[in-house]
Design a protein around this ligand. Sequence first.
Ligand code: FHN
Length: 602
Amino acid sequence: MDHIKSNLSQRILLFTILLISVLSNPVSAQEMNEMWGKQSNKTRLASKESESVKLFRDGNYGLFLHWGLYSHLEGKWNGKTYYGIGEWIMHPSMAGIPVDDYMASAANFNPVNFDAEKIVKLACDAGMKYIILTAKHHEGFAMFHSEADSFNIVDATPFDRDPLLELSRECQRQGIGLGFYYSQSQDWTAPGAIKGPKTDKNGNEVSFDDYFYRKCLPQVTELCTKYGPISLIWFDTPGNISMDQVLELYNTVKKYQPDALISGRIGHNMGDYRTLGDMEIPSANAEGLWEACDVINDTWGYNWFDKNWKTPKEVVTNLLSTVARGGTYLLNVGPAGDGSMPREAVYSLEKAGEWIKRYPQVVYGSGASPWGKALPWGDAVVADSSLYLLVFDMPVDNTLYLHGLKNRVESMNLLNGDMATPVTWENNGDWLKVNVPAAAQGDDYVNVIKVELDGNEAKADTALFLSPNSPVKYGVEFATASDSHPGYHNWKEKFGEWKHAHFINKWGENGKSTWEVEVMEPGYYQVELEYSGEKRVVWRVTLDNDADSSFIQNQQGALPAYMFKPIGWIYLPAGRQSLSVSLVEGNRDITALRSIRLSPVK
Ligand code: FHN
């Protein structure tokens, strides 16, 4: 009886706590964990659909601006160039600039060519729906007029203008969303912050709390109260900030900007949406509200040497690949120290924007591909109850093969802006052969084929398939690993420039990686493997379900970086095949297989 009573009083107490927390608005840690854990955040947010949610979920494309005091250093200090991400130049892993010297360099930062009107217009022309500016990055310099801390662009430089204010006015005038980036934990010039000085200017020891309540929280409050409506707040690198402080930040933002979405990098798995790793576009569809953040070259903050720009076609295909996986694409450009946007970045964004204006239906509000991953020649999205095939690489015979579409096709048209050229197709069991008219004028970057379906939601068998007329690459994330170890890792080649890969290593005696693949046309296929390792390795590729147990086996060199190496030709019969790769000789621990590429031999 006592037990029942105490259970009841616990429940009443819990209900009262919940009621109080709901009525008094601030979100509790428990509620926050529920947002990320039990339910998908898509479901939660859909119930209180806001303008910011629509902007993020349907807009699908935003401009990230990493612009700060580091921009005028351009990756160079005392005449020496540091080849890493520009905004980290001050850090000991790069130039190791002393705090006082870095702060003093603000006297030379005068970005007179900053033009908010032009930047916002560029974002609009590029087809982007919001802009996120680095209000304060890890080095602590504020790109807005802060009363909380004088190390800011108005008080510490000759510039005497508040770029965030100019940007916010322009975003409102030109009708796109504004967000800001704020490094909440790391601050390399603020005493007490993570990686900041341990003492203040009088030599007194300071704690993270001092930094948090003296600089971080007041600045976030300024940002939420002085710049009009804010759509998104992009916190970053939470480190070991406490749960209570994350909640304080979260609730402060929501108090002044209830509509703003908060990035998942606020800490402790909180926030309103998930941000993937830097420069990472996932290979498989993902649920919920999430974003891929990428760079237009190899750095976030401007570097004088970085001319490795993404072409307009790469911008378009990366955007479409993200949307086709169910996400939103945030693309960064680092304005130069004088405030201007690099010419080449402008070129790529504008050209990509022209393409998007011809095919807005495949970018805005469109949904993920029913195949769950990229297709051999491109990708697919669904919109307005139609399926759109996005052809990144048109095969030379203008024929596309699709496997496993569950719907009946009513019509197909190759689009070119407002023009539509009918496309014919043939059904062959589970396969669809799409004949794109050779004379039809498609598009330079990506051809779009609109497929009208039978009225039902687009559905497809998600099995891997081989195109009889174009090479196909499948990562090990689509394979089954046995007696071997599947993993995922990130690494940097240049400082701060992240690469990502799924891999399989630690090969046991019977270790293998097996792909189930649908083959339409029997024939020879050239097999290449992408792997890393050392010295020489011997691979075997087996056709498991073949009566003769056909296989190919070959030795190739191995290097620490992932590379494709040809293994040989294998004959594949039609139907579902099981292809296994195993390591016969070589370092079993470190040899890491990343993908298989199969090209029809013609
Ligand atoms: O360290 C930062 C980096 O400088 C940059 O701001 C990126 C953007 O996603 N975030 C951090 C690393 O993840």
